[in-house]
Unconditional design. Structure first.
Length: 275
């Protein structure tokens, strides 16, 4: 009833998951910066998240951590897990999981993944997720997770339909106030949950991201921005100050730069003041 990818890329760990199940993000994913990430699904045992992360933190490899933890669980035959640590990855599908069910795991050293699902339309869901992950190696980590999830969804996903999805990732120093949460998004009940997560990720990056492609605030661009900002009520002749006023209202402060204007902020300003 669920398909997921658990992955590591550099020092980032995360999980992307979708299911015909209400609020899958409240049950399946877990991650801890510097330690690992886990997905527990198919009659999920939520306690597995902390148990497995603790085993990774103590030095266990992913496969050994799963073997030890599931051995003490009488419900293990119906469980499914994905686990990635600092130097290992493993997937587990109990023999009692409902078909189609299965998974794949690999650790290349710099990156790793465990992809798994149950009650899927077929093995092509896992295969397409793996392909999308491998082909997106130049993309930002959260986008890679989303690409894999979207590929699984497009391949058929959960055989029962769509309802919820989630994307959760951690990285040291990332996120709001350096919290370490790179992204934390949940769509609990939606006709197109994976598509909605994709939309929200774009919004998340605008609010919690940092200036990237910065253009100098001078010449024609400065005049254009001064005019557009004035149309929104920000009439300070200092265009940088007017921009800061507007950014504070729309929550784009993290994308401000003393060197100029972030290109995505510029695009948002133009969209807010159509010609």
């Amino acid at each position: 009833m669920t398909f997921s990818i658990v992955a590591r890329d550099g020092d980032a760990y995360g999980v992307a998951v979708a299911s015909k199940f209400l609020a899958v993000g409240s049950v399946v994913p877990g991650a801890r910066a510097g330690v690992g990430a886990v997905a527990t699904q198919s009659f999920a045992r939520v306690a597995y998240i902390e148990e497995l992360l603790e085993r990774l933190a103590s030095g266990d490899a992913a496969g050994a951590a799963i073997a030890t933890t599931t051995s003490a669980d009488e419900g293990r035959d119906e469980r499914q897990l994905g686990l990635v640590g600092p130097s290992s990855a493993a997937t587990y599908t109990g023999p009692g999981c409902l078909p189609w069910c299965g998974g794949v795991a690999h650790d290349s050293g710099t990156a790793a993944y465990a992809i798994q699902g149950n009650i899927l339309t077929g093995p092509e869901v896992v295969a397409e997720m793996e392909r999308a992950w491998l082909e997106s190696e130049d993309e930002p980590f959260a986008q890679r997770l989303l690409a894999a999830l979207a590929a699984g969804d497009a391949a058929g996903g959960d055989a029962r339909g769509r309802q919820s999805a989630a994307l959760y990732a951690v990285q040291p120093g990332a996120g709001y106030d350096g919290s370490g949460v790179l992204v934390d998004l949940r769509v609990d009940d939606h006709a197109d949950p994976v598509g909605e997560v994709a939309r929200l990720l774009g919004e998340w990056e605008m609010v919690f991201g940092h200036a990237e492609d910065v253009l100098p605030l001078e010449g024609d661009l400065a005049e254009e921005m001064r005019g557009r900002l004035a149309r929104l009520g920000h009439t300070n002749e200092d265009v940088a100050a007017a921009l800061a006023d507007w950014a504070g209202i729309v929550n784009y402060e993290s994308r401000l730069s003393p060197e100029g204007v972030d290109s995505r902020v510029l695009d948002a300003l133009r969209a807010a003041t159509p010609d």
